[in-house]
Design a protein. Structure first.
Length: 232
């Protein structure tokens, strides 16, 4: 019997919560996982210690392009089946957009929209033909579903992410990569709030089911954790 070749993933922003559980779940399913964090130690290092040789940690501040380029250099020769950007921030809460300070606007847009796409552009050369390039989005980024108030800056940043991902998918339409924007459901994390209905441990196995099921699918899709299309 021939063994299935080991699949390899790079997860950007895996220090805690959804990203951490994603790295752990992939390792549990036999993937070789490279997971990034801004700071050493912590829960991700504990996971790496639990999966020796299978889950490795790299240091990355995603908003620093020179660090992304250096990571790409360190990973030369790897053939990724999955490049997944999970990192994002939420600032501003229920502030109406005209009350958002410039610095906060710039930080959220940089982190949630520009840096993920810069990372994809810088690292896509590591993804093998037929591999998947994915970003954690949110249904909060859906323009058509934006019928309730609140979270104006965060929603705008995820809508910008989605739009930039569509431009990316158009520009790289023929590269043979599966392209996904994922809504992981509303989860109990500092970002999602304590009252959210799901935990990362409940959501992420379903997200990974979607990632595995979509492997090889053409074009760009915006899917939730159940594999259903999220309206743009
Ligand atoms: N929670 C929800 O209900 C929900 C719903 C829909 C979508 N999402 C999306 O799911 C993803 C994860 O959410 P979460 O709830 O797990 O958030 P979280 O607990 O706040 O974790 C965010 C992760 O992003 C990392 N990160 C933030 N800025 C970064 C940067 N500049 N460079 C590198 N890493 C950075 C954080 O690293 P540090 O530990 O270093 O800060 C952390 O690992 C996000 O994209 C979020 O928008 C979440």
């Amino acid at each position: 019997m021939s063994a299935t070749p080991e699949r390899q993933a790079l997860i950007i922003g895996a220090s805690r919560n959804l990203g951490l559980v994603l790295a752990d779940e992939l390792a549990r399913r036999g993937w070789r996982v490279i997971a990034t964090a801004r700071q050493g130690g912590g829960e991700l290092q504990e996971k790496a210690d639990a999966w020796p040789g299978q889950l490795t940690v790299e240091s990355l501040e995603m908003n620093r392009p020179e660090q992304v380029a250096a990571l790409g250099e360190r990973l030369q020769g790897h053939q990724l089946d999955l490049l997944f950007v999970n990192a994002a921030i939420d600032r501003g809460g229920d502030l109406p957009i005209d009350e958002v300070p410039d610095e906060m606007f710039n930080e959220v847009m940089l982190t949630n929209a520009l840096s993920p796409l810069r990372a994809l552009e810088a690292l896509r050369g590591l993804v093998r033909p037929g591999g998947t390039v994915a970003v954690m989005s949110s249904r909060q980024g859906s323009i058509s579903l934006n019928t309730r108030g609140g979270f104006e800056l965060y929603k705008a940043s995820k809508a910008a992410l989605n739009q930039l991902m569509r431009s990316y998918a158009t520009r790289h339409a023929d590269d043979g990569h599966t392209k996904l924007l994922i809504h992981p459901g509303h989860n109990q994390t500092p970002l999602g709030g304590a009252g959210a209905p799901l935990t990362p441990e409940e959501s992420i196995p379903q997200v990974v089911d979607v990632l595995e099921a979509q492997a090889g699918a053409p074009g760009l899709q915006f899917l939730d954790l159940y594999g259903k299309t999220v309206p743009w």
